[in-house]
Design a protein around this ligand. Structure first.
Ligand SMILES: [Zn+2]
Ligand SMILES: [Zn+2]
Length: 345
């Protein structure tokens, strides 16, 4: 069964998400006032005087994820030292950094430990020891994933794989997900950049819904990818990975990265070159989004192609009773992102 949608003169009018049933309507938003819309420069536009050195020091001292405060987290599982990450771009400014990446259990497990054999299976991966960007002017000038570089991001994914292998040794863990929130507007509880990995005793409901859709309508993922191609929404297709601007995402500006023709692969099953291809495609989207608030999740299941959903929060959340509005500039913005990716920006 095809994905329900309607086009007029080649332009998308509406489309129904085959997994959630949410209908996205394409609308003209040019005349609409977005008083709360986030801008790329929202941090520099923030009110108030610039941060002082003392304020920066105070924020770092109060952050449980900053170096020096290791004792405030649960026990460290592992760390990546600067010597293990030759491409680390913070070296010059932070010569005495004790670590670049650090992994420990979340003090507040997402799923109670009682449900996973008495073991806390929620993990935090600190992406970088730096709390702020270089020379921050506002509290919002936080370090963000895009600023780390692609090689650093691939190191993070390799660290995630290490955590997932460890969690998989717990027989009570049946599913694993990677989740990232960037920025207060995305629901991040800590400003210091980090990922979460969560082990669950049962399939995650959203992934279970994807599996159900795939069972009821075999080839749903391929069908979505083919439709995105026909609608001109594909961003990149290389090395077995396709990424596209999704009109059926959770937010008006969502992007998916899908590993084609390789059903059932989990992140920890990938060869180094496959991990490089998958991670690189995610990173190139994050790089274009930059410091804007976003979230992403990496979904894996033996019945599905490995994939990631990236949601940016350029527009405030607008799902109303199962409907979503997409700006009719979708094609232009997709073309702009495609060229930014090609130019390596
Ligand atoms: Zn910090
Ligand atoms: Zn998914």
């Amino acid at each position: 069964m095809p994905i329900e949608h309607e086009t007029r003169d080649g332009a998308l009018i509406w489309i129904r998400n085959p997994i959630t049933g949410v209908v996205s309507y394409v609308v003209d938003v040019r005349a609409k006032s977005f008083a709360f819309t986030l801008g790329r420069s929202s941090s520099t536009l923030a009110e108030g005087p610039d941060l002082t050195t003392a304020e920066i020091r105070r924020a770092v001292k109060a952050c449980p994820f900053c170096p020096g405060n290791e004792a405030t987290t649960t026990g460290e599982i592992f760390r990546l030292a600067p010597s293990e990450m030759p491409e680390w771009n913070g070296r010059a400014e932070h010569q005495s950094a004790p670590w670049v990446v650090r992994v420990f259990n979340n003090l507040f497990p997402r799923i109670p430990a009682e449900l996973t054999g008495g073991r806390n299976e929620s993990y935090i991966v600190i992406e970088d020891c730096r709390h702020f960007t270089d020379s921050p002017r506002k509290h919002a000038d936080l370090m963000f994933t895009a600023a780390l570089g692609e090689a650093h991001f691939l190191h993070l994914l390799a660290a995630d794989v290490r955590v997932m292998r460890m969690a998989s040794e717990n027989r009570a863990v049946r599913a694993l997900v990677i989740r990232k929130n960037q920025g207060r507007e995305s629901g991040a509880s800590q400003p210091h950049l980090h990922q979460q990995i969560i082990g669950s005793p049962e399939p995650f409901p959203i992934v279970a819904a994807e599996v159900r859709a795939e069972r009821e309508m075999p080839g749903t993922f391929e069908e979505i990818v083919n439709l995105m191609d026909r609608l001109g929404l594909v961003l990149e297709r290389r090395d077995g990975i396709v990424s596209y601007a999704s009109p059926i995402g959770a937010f008006p500006r969502s992007y998916d990265v899908v590993m084609e023709h390789h059903r059932g692969a989990r992140l920890c099953d990938l060869s180094p070159s496959e991990l490089h291809a998958f991670g690189g495609a995610i990173y190139r989207i994050l790089r274009v989004v930059g410091p804007l608030p976003l979230d992403y999740e990496i979904h894996q299941d033996e019945k599905l192609p490995l994939h990631a959903h990236i949601n940016t929060r350029l527009y405030p959340y607008s799902n109303v009773a199962g409907t979503l509005n997409l700006p009719n500039t979708l094609l232009q913005s997709t073309a702009a992102i495609r060229s930014a990716i090609e130019r390596g920006e």
